[in-house]
Ligand binder design. Structure first.
Ligand code: APR
Length: 231
């Protein structure tokens, strides 16, 4: 039974209107990531950080999964082998598109974390610095997002999947942020076939065995149809 391991980035949600980070008009052209996506930024100004993620949570609520999300969910439920979806995205569009067991290595917008006791719970729609942790009551609520300088989640599991994959596919990611940007090299190092599906070549495009370029809502459903026809 073959195992396809997929890594997605902001590009797969771009056509759902959520925008990306490093494209023209991307989030990091409007906000200073040091202010809103680091523990130091949160300590300095929790109001600004909550404001940033409250706005992204509202955007996400108003967005719909697109044909690329639903095509991956269809692959996961139809393919004869195993399909593991690892995402750098903190939105819930993979799940709302029908995917299951998605590994959110950078956390989730709809998750809350207590900075004092590590308790986790479903995030309220709007989070405020004064919100008390349901477990320890400390006013130390933060979004359950992995910020720069923090360790991404479930890395051991991810490396297990990569080493046991038959095919590694990266979709909609610029290959700028490690460890995710290194997954293609990790996969190749153990003989896994690699494919990039992106709007344009990523920073690690040269490491992939093959690539197809175009909007995810075109390229991904086409690729899924081909995989299902060949399986
Ligand atoms: N279809 C496919 N790919 C697209 C589309 C689209 N419609 N639109 C943009 N892209 C591609 C861009 O070409 C780019 O390669 O998506 C990628 C987006 O890159 P980034 O904005 O850097 O997003 P990502 O790679 O997910 O960033 C990784 O950086 O800031 C951190 O934690 C954040 O998870 C994020 C990580």
């Amino acid at each position: 039974m073959s195992h396809i391991v997929i890594l997605t980035g902001a590009g797969i949600s771009a056509e759902s209107g959520l925008g990306t980070f490093r494209d023209k008009d991307g989030l990091w052209t409007k906000y200073d990531l040091n202010e809103v996506a680091t523990p130091e930024g949160f300590a300095r100004n929790p109001d600004l950080v909550h404001e940033f993620y409250n706005a992204r949570r509202a955007n996400c609520q108003n967005a719909q999964p697109n044909a690329a999300h639903t095509a991956l969910a269809h692959l996961q439920s139809t393919y004869s082998g195993r399909v593991t979806i690892i995402t750098q995205n903190v939105d819930d569009l993979h799940e709302r598109g029908g995917a299951s067991d998605v590994i959110h290595m950078h956390g989730e917008l709809f998750g809350a974390l207590c900075a004092a006791c590590d308790h986790r719970w479903p995030a309220p729609f709007e989070m405020l610095p004064a919100d008390a942790c349901p477990a320890c009551r400390a006013a130390a609520t933060r979004p359950d997002i992995v910020w720069f300088g923090e360790m991404p989640y479930r890395m051991d599991e991810i490396y297990q999947h990569l080493s046991g994959a038959d095919l590694f596919v990266a979709i909609g990611t610029s290959g700028n942020v490690y460890p995710a940007a290194g997954f293609v090299a990790d996969a190749r190092a153990v003989g896994v076939e690699t494919l990039e599906l992106n709007l344009e070549p990523s920073a690690v495009a040269g490491t992939f065995d093959a690539a197809r370029f175009g909007p995810a809502t075109d390229v991904v459903p086409l690729w899924v149809t081909e995989v299902l026809q060949q399986s």
